[in-house]
Design a binder for this molecule. Structure first.
Ligand code: PLP
Length: 442
């Protein structure tokens, strides 16, 4: 059945790709239709994999944020997905930005309309030149967790507003960041004393419970530790005014995490009139917003010993090769410990897969010549899949396209943008339009 034709909207940001309206599924199907037309015309690479980004999902996540954590301003973690439309929409919605490098700071300031005070340089271990440049760009808020960082800041950006990043329990998270960052509480008094001695201004405390936190109860302990760090700040002669609760928020447990956090804040910071609260959410905002369509470019039977990756008795009987892999969008499998779940977008030229279609156990591989490039070691997919058919992958917005490489000469998959097919599309469009005017004036 033919997909509805996508509607374009006025190009609000001429340097960026076009925006459309319509449900992401329409755009996935439309992309596949276009690919088959291009293939018919002999266009090289007609079957390229592509993302569909639904900006209304980002908007709806922001509404969830504001309704559950109204006192905490989100500073979106740019590293998670520095997509230009995502950044513009979040800027339009009043979010701040957590930047990890000068490159990210330049990208955020480059969109126009974002004052440097809306940025926190949330990387506790920075190069001297990065600290100096952040100062030149007007970014003062930055984290630290060690003495050397204080000497560097004193030398290169003495007006900085420093935030001490403390170590908290991150054992309940997919990616444990405490292995690398965070000052244990016992070290905090000495760090603060050194900051005082160097005449530096420490304005508050940050932590990160780890990315992809599946047990929201850890936020409670983290807030208790932040309270101790605030008290240590007072003892050292500082008057802290910033509490940064970091990232780690997951879509499925968000409301629960928000409630744990709110209760802990009420308990440990009952009087917070002079405290600004921020967070650094990444994946919560973008994970659901991006889907990927990938084309089956090759198919073969496994050799007996290449089925070692399979577990159990039913070994994969087919190996499918698709045109994006772990060196591209699926780097999230290696770096972000994700398991992805393909579904059939089109089979044998049709968007309809009959429910009677028998399934077979198969494996799905990326396009590079490296055998680590395995997307799914074992999965059930319809038996009739062939070269030229398309697979879809949802929840591909976090830690995917941002770390994709061009290993083996494969291009990073491009993004098609939609404002969504739901009632919020018009709201998203008007927020972006208002921001386009503001950014122009800035
Ligand atoms: N803040 C910092 C300092 C981080 O390192 C990260 C992720 O690595 C984030 C925020 C975002 O975390 P998440 O995507 O889990 O919300």
């Amino acid at each position: 059945e033919p997909p509805e034709s996508p509607q374009h909207v006025e190009n609000l940001f001429p340097s960026l790709p076009s925006l459309h309206i319509g449900h992401p599924e329409v755009h996935l199907r439309n992309g596949i239709m276009n690919a088959s037309l291009m293939a018919h015309d002999g266009e090289p690479d007609a079957e390229k994999a592509f993302f569909v980004a639904d900006l209304s999902q980002v908007y709806m996540q922001h509404q969830r944020w504001v309704s559950s954590l109204p006192e905490i301003t989100p500073y979106y973690a740019v590293k998670c997905n520095p997509d230009p439309y995502v950044l513009r929409l979040l800027a339009a919605l009043g979010a701040g930005f957590d930047c990890a490098s000068n490159g990210e700071i330049s990208q955020v300031l480059g969109i126009g309309g974002v004052h440097p005070s809306r940025i926190i340089f949330a990387n506790p271990c920075k190069a001297n030149s990065f600290i100096r440049n952040a100062g030149k760009m007007g970014v003062d808020a930055m984290t630290f967790d060690n003495i050397d960082e204080l000497y560097k800041v004193a030398r290169t950006h003495s007006r900085a507003k420093l935030v001490i990043r403390i170590l908290t329990d991150d054992t309940k998270s997919l990616c444990q960041l405490g292995l690398k960052y965070g000052a244990p509480l016992v070290t905090v008094p000495a760090l603060l004393a050194k900051a005082k001695e160097l005449n530096l201004d420490v304005i508050g405390v940050s932590f990160h419970v780890g990315s992809g936190c599946y047990d929201p109860s850890v936020y409670s302990d983290a807030i208790a530790r932040a309270r101790s760090a605030f008290d240590m700040g007072k003892d050292a002669g500082f008057s802290f005014s910033l509490l940064d609760v970091g990232g780690g928020f997951e879509d499925s447990t968000f409301e629960q995490a928000a409630s744990v956090l709110t209760n802990a804040i009420n308990e440990h910071f009952p009087d917070r009139r002079n405290i600004k609260m921020i967070a650094e959410p990444g994946r919560f905002y973008v994970s659901k917003a991006f889907s990927l369509a990938a084309n089956i470019i090759a198919r073969r039977a496994p050799f007996p010993d290449s089925t070692e990756v399979a577990i159990g008795t039913s070994q994969p009987s087919v190996m499918y090769y698709i045109n994006d892999g772990v060196y591209g969008a699926f780097n999230c499998i290696l770096f972000d410990h994700q398991v992805v779940h393909p579904y059939v977008l089109s089979m044998n030229g049709s968007f309809h897969v009959p429910s009677s279609e028998p399934m077979s156990t198969c494996s799905v591989w990326g396009p590079t010549c490296d055998s680590i490039d395995c997307v799914c070691p074992k999965i059930e997919l319809p038996m009739g899949l062939r070269v030229g058919d398309w697979l879809g992958f949802d929840n591909m917005g976090a830690y995917t396209v941002c770390a994709a490489s061009q290993f083996n000469g494969f291009e990073v998959s491009k993004v098609v943008y939609t404002l969504g097919g739901s009632v919020v599309a018009a709201e998203v469009q008007s927020k972006l339009a208002a921001f386009a005017v503001e950014a122009h004036r800035f």
